[in-house]
Design a protein around this ligand. Sequence first.
Ligand code: LMR
Length: 412
Amino acid sequence: WWDHVAPAPKDPITSVTEAFLADTSPTKINLGVGAYRDDEGKPVVLQCVREAEARIAGCDFLGIGRESVSSAVSSKLVEESVKLVYGKNSDIIKEGRFAGVQALSGTGACRLFAEFQRRFYPGSQIFMTDPTWSNHHNIWRDAFVPERTFQYYHPDSKGLNFPALMDDVKNAPDGSFFLLHPCAHNPTGVDPTEEQWREISYLFKVKNHFPFFDMAYQGFASGDLDRDAQSIRIFVEDGNLIGCAQSFAKNMGLYGHRVGCLKYVHILDYILSVLCNDAKQAAAIKSQLQQIARAMYSSPPVHGILLVSGILSDPNMKALWVEEVKVMANRIQSLRTTLRKSLEQLSSSLNWEHITNQVGMFCFSGLTPEQVDRLQRGFHIYMTLDGRMSMAGVTTGNVSYLANAIHEVTKF
Ligand code: LMR
């Protein structure tokens, strides 16, 4: 029956974790997966999450847990999440002009949207930044939505290729779907400036394009949740309708639930929201999204939703979370500075400014696949083959070892 089934190609991100876990070297470093680690290299359970856990422990939520999440809890979570992205006083919330549903992690939210796109705009395509998160390709492919790319990254400057981006947005057929990263672009760590976002948003409005934002790292670019949502708010102010996948997997540290195997698994915590013209349209869209989810996995898990809604709806817990996000973002930022300085002190002849110019969890180092391979074989340092380093894996304890190793593989 299954003789014709060949092994699937390895996933470029999870295979790095697998290789790292199989390595027994005490000096190994994992710069692969974009998941937050503390300065000891350990996954973090945030204090606000511990408190939320304590509050729900022993409550009569298990009854809900065994069935599906109550729609009151779910609506609360969706509303609080929508406030985080669009701003707490946004008219969109007051007027109910959004359709929001809970989804299974980032992949799940994007997958729901891709399915929704194919169902209601059959034959449409999705434009993705070149490069983008590797799983974006899989998600839209499996939803049978053809992919196109638009220029984004400039390999020489290791920054944004803004003129080329604008050209591609302009030359795309009117009314195209675009997948955008609102902050902390994955994998490059390169974000447009506020002014550039304004120009992009204006062009989208003129071209009647539909922007779909994958918000996976809110808080990690600047340490400020509002500032990191600025790009989306600009689009909304300009009157663009938008879609948004929103994650708490990284900024609340809720990804690390390993379920019986070595690969890490997101627990949930993505919200998918689609901005609509009016409340009636919002209700229709929500019902369609719910129907797609019902056929795919019926209903999402309940535990994480109770944690997230507990944190977001309690002002003290939310304030604690906001502080904890800052701490995580600042740790990454300070390690960027140290890594760059260390490389400069080693008299590297290369320019490492991009380490501090880029933002968020990732540094798109510019290392070649051969250099990445040498780092892995010779120094037990793991990252994806495209040279993306998850800066969360860098610590005060390993940064000079890392700088020395990078210097070794890049010097002529
Ligand atoms: C990453 O890019 O490393 C993260 O988004 C985690 C993942 O699931 O790929």
